[in-house]
Design a protein around this ligand. Structure first.
Ligand code: C6P
Length: 414
């Protein structure tokens, strides 16, 4: 570990590492360096235990039985909802809808809110740095309604063009959908400020928080957004579970998206009465174990402390940025002043996929590709990037391993 950096932080990264069993494994005979956290983070033992314990001791369908296991399962599931409510400071558990993840949360808003509120001629404003999950659901809605999708430009650093945004915020915009932290660039957008402007114009706002939850304290009431979407697996929780936060008045007025069990109060062939929130938007047997694991992940983040995590990851980001910039011909894609711990890069004369394959041989996992944000790679005129994304368990030694692997790969390829 770099001794200067070591003295800068009091964050006990070795204690954190011990909580993640997968970090003990080797890849290609070398200790694993996992730097693909933006794609999915690893799970701590407490989350694995919570899921296992749920299946071993409490598994039963929720809200359906009078028997003991069903009641226990319901209590655990609803307890997780309360944990998530508190974690993002929503006003009520009625505002926390369990979904499969960010993608499903955005699709729910597009199809339920969008189809009932957005019409031909309206505009939906997103940004040029969105993940496909915050582009394609709106394109589908535009095809269905005749609305128009408009993108806020970005600049060469990978920051939003705020002057252009001001011009684009017109009466025609009915919904603004913005990524909180970009997965492809690492940019942290000034979302509170932007939401305030949109709100003043009566525009409904949605934030894609998939990458924000593992790095930041998120307070949906302080942000003032109408909808906030997150994925469990990016914040050390299970896959297949996430949350849609929506302001209660909006969710109440929205029609159900999917029909089925548990989202109804009464059904006959003539007429169906829908359940109250949040059940109205949770058709079918939910992912109970996933919700329990996600609740535990939120508690884990609170125990470690998101402010401490953010400060430590910022040190890692600065060190890695400085070290990678020493590599000849390496260009970092995304150099906005306010960034989370994501570094996307290309090296002149090499293809990112070849780089990624050679880096893997050194036991270091990075993602290569367009990261489901093709407008970004197109904007920077690159076919793809290699992306190292850091989590609370990564170390300065691991940054050194990454940099050594990049140097070696470059020499082999050129
Ligand atoms: N980004 C990445 O490697 P889901 O798949 O629904 O959990 O999350 C989708 C999603 C939405 N928005 C942002 C900003 C994201 O980063 C992601 C997932 C992963 O960058 C997988 S493509």
């Amino acid at each position: 570990m770099n001794s200067v950096q070591q003295t800068m932080t009091s964050f006990d990264v070795m204690a954190r590492r011990a909580e993640f069993p997968i970090l003990q494994r080797e890849v290609h005979g070398k200790p694993l360096v996992y730097l693909d956290n933006a794609a999915t983070a690893q799970r701590p033992q407490c989350v694995i235990d919570a899921v296992e314990n749920y299946y071993r001791m409490h598994n039963a369908n929720v809200h359906r039985g009078v028997h003991t296991l069903s009641n226990e399962s319901t209590d655990l599931y609803e307890g997780a909802r309360e944990t998530l409510r508190a974690h993002i400071n929503a006003a009520s558990v009625r505002e926390i809808i369990f979904t499969r993840g960010t993608t499903e949360s955005i699709n729910l808003v597009a199809q339920s809110f969008g189809r009932s509120q957005i019409k031909a001629g309206d505009q939906i404003l997103v940004s040029h740095m969105e993940h496909h999950s915050n582009i394609v659901p709106w394109q589908l809605l535009c095809e269905q309604t005749g609305a128009e999708l408009v993108a806020i430009p970005i600049d060469e650093q990978g920051a939003l063009d705020l002057a252009a945004l001001d011009e684009l915020l017109t009466e025609r915009v009915k919904l603004l959908g913005l990524v909180h932290i970009s997965n492809a660039l690492g940019t942290i957008n000034p979302v509170a400020e932007i939401i305030a402007k949109a709100k003043a114009m009566g525009i409904t706002t949605l934030l894609d928080g998939a990458q924000a939850l593992p790095h930041l304290n998120v307070d949906v009431q302080a942000l003032g957004c109408d909808f906030y979407c997150l994925s469990g697996h990016k914040m050390y929780g299970p896959t297949g579970i996430g949350v849609l936060y929506g302001r209660e008045a909006l969710l109440d007025a929205m029609p159900p998206w999917q029909g089925g069990g548990e989202m109804i109060a009464e059904v006959s062939f003539e007429h169906t009465v829908y359940s109250e929130l949040p059940a109205k938007f949770e058709a079918g047997t939910p992912n109970m174990a996933g919700a329990v694991g996600l609740g535990e992940a939120a508690r884990y983040l609170q125990r470690v402390g998101l402010d401490q995590i953010a400060a430590y990851e910022h040190e890692l980001l600065e060190y890695a940025t400085q070290q990678l910039q020493e590599v000849k011909g390496l260009r970092i894609i995304g150099q906005a002043p306010n960034k989370a711990s994501v570094i996307a890069f290309v090296i002149d004369g090499t293809h990112p996929h070849d780089l990624g394959t050679l880096i893997d041989l050194e036991g270091v996992a990075v993602r290569t590709g367009h990261h489901c944000a093709m407008p970004v790679t197109r904007f920077f005129k690159v076919p793809a990037t290699a992306r190292a994304s850091f989590a609370l368990y990564n170390t300065f030694d691991e940054v050194d391993r990454l940099v050594a692997a990049v140097h070696k790969a470059r020499e082999m390829l050129l």
